[in-house]
Ligand binder design. Sequence first.
Ligand SMILES: O=c1[nH]c(=O)n([C@H]2C[C@H](O)[C@@H](COP(=O)(O)O)O2)cc1CO
Ligand SMILES: [Zn+2]
Length: 167
Amino acid sequence: MKRTDYLNWDEYFMAVALLSAQRSKDPSTQVGACVANAQNKIVGVGYNGFPRGCSDDELPWDRSGGFLDTKYPYVCHAELNAVLNAISTNLQGCRIYVGLFPCNECTKVIIQSGIREIIYLSDKYRDTDQVRASKIMLDKANIPYRQLKTRMDSLHLSFLLPEETGR
Ligand SMILES: O=c1[nH]c(=O)n([C@H]2C[C@H](O)[C@@H](COP(=O)(O)O)O2)cc1CO
Ligand SMILES: [Zn+2]
């Protein structure tokens, strides 16, 4: 009898996005993204972080203050990193799984890369003009977006060996 509680594809790619988010140093919002192609192969992952060579210890993670004293001008969003880290710049027919609804800047990157669907978890910034602009562009470009519906609230990973957990 095969297992019945295995992850479906949507859950699997979202879990990869959430795992990637655990790499983020942002103290307030950790975002991960995972790009899967039509064959259900992962072709890119990313999380929010400062550009390569820009030290996490020198740039600020603050949310408020003068613009240059906050993270906002510097941080690369998870979706941008996932697309840039992808094995090809042509992501025609791919889906992107992301923990947070993409902002307008990432939406432009997503559309231009050829991604054809967005699956997200949180839409906590839905009342911002950035997210409104995202949805205007996605609707015009005929790129569907949907919130992931899943049976599970959480997923447990253990680094213990099976013999150590007694399972
Ligand atoms: O789609 C997104 N992808 C993404 O990676 N981010 C990042 C940028 C910031 O590091 C963080 C948002 O920070 P905050 O929630 O503190 O404003 O999440 C933010 C968004 C939504 O704007
Ligand atoms: Zn963004």
